[in-house]
Design a protein around this ligand. Structure first.
Ligand SMILES: [Zn+2]
Length: 228
């Protein structure tokens, strides 16, 4: 699976209503920005509609091989046929540090519950989203231009949705709508040349792994306040 899209299984779970609220919000924002995944979602929807009309034994398995084929096919199409489903509702405004950024309306409940912004380390800001009953910590994260997060691994899952600007790590550049999932196999050092606003959900504290940055491990708690 690619590094900036939900998995096919997650798209299917989204269509079935099986994702938790936060994952569903993040996937829906991604679908609004990604024509490939929104087409997959439509196909899942059609399949599920037809599945409900036929015996289970007739249902054709839809696996990652199909997905690769579909993505390859979509990649080869002209951009003109790959316009994202544009959100028609007016966007929600997120204000911080004298900036105002428009974010998709699906995030309005999260914006309303965002706590005060605080500086985590130089050029890195975070606002914890309060009041959700899920096992992970939810933050808006803003990297100022030139900002970075020291090399870290994950003890659990980290979902990051890019909302504005671009960040990069050794896997490439990530743009608005990209949904990046890291698990305990991934170690990375995100940075942003021009500034980047993200929504990040993690289910365990980050673990900083590189040299001096290990001293940052106490700060990892700033990203993760259980029950926050
Ligand atoms: Zn996608």
């Amino acid at each position: 699976m690619t590094e900036r899209h939900p998995t096919l299984a997650q798209i299917e779970q989204f269509i079935q209503g099986d994702l938790d609220d936060i994952q569903a919000i993040m996937v829906s924002v991604h679908l609004g920005a990604c024509s490939q995944c929104s087409q997959l979602a439509q196909q899942c929807q059609q399949r599920q509609a037809s599945h409900s009309l036929m015996p289970a034994s007739d249902v054709e398995a839809f696996d990652d091989a199909d997905l690769d084929q579909i993505l390859a096919q979509l990649d080869s199409e002209e951009p003109a046929s790959a316009q994202p489903d544009v959100e028609t509702r007016s966007p929600t405004q997120l204000e911080f540090q004298g900036r105002t950024v428009s974010v998709p309306p699906a995030l309005s409940t999260l914006v309303a519950r965002a706590g005060p912004w605080s500086r985590v380390v130089s050029r890195l800001w975070s606002a914890t989203i309060q009041g959700h009953q899920l096992p992970y910590q939810l933050n808006f994260i803003y990297m100022e231009p030139g900002g970075s997060i020291a090399t870290h691994a994950h003890k659990g899952l980290e979902w990051t949705l890019v909302l504005d600007g671009t960040f990069s790590d050794d896997r490439g550049d990530f743009h608005p709508g990209d949904l990046i999932q890291c698990d305990d196999q991934v170690e990375h050092a995100p940075y942003s040349e021009n500034g980047c606003l993200c929504l990040a959900a993690i289910d365990a504290p980050l673990h900083f792994t590189s040299g001096l940055a290990r001293a940052l491990n106490p700060f990892s708690q700033l990203f993760f306040k259980p029950g926050g």
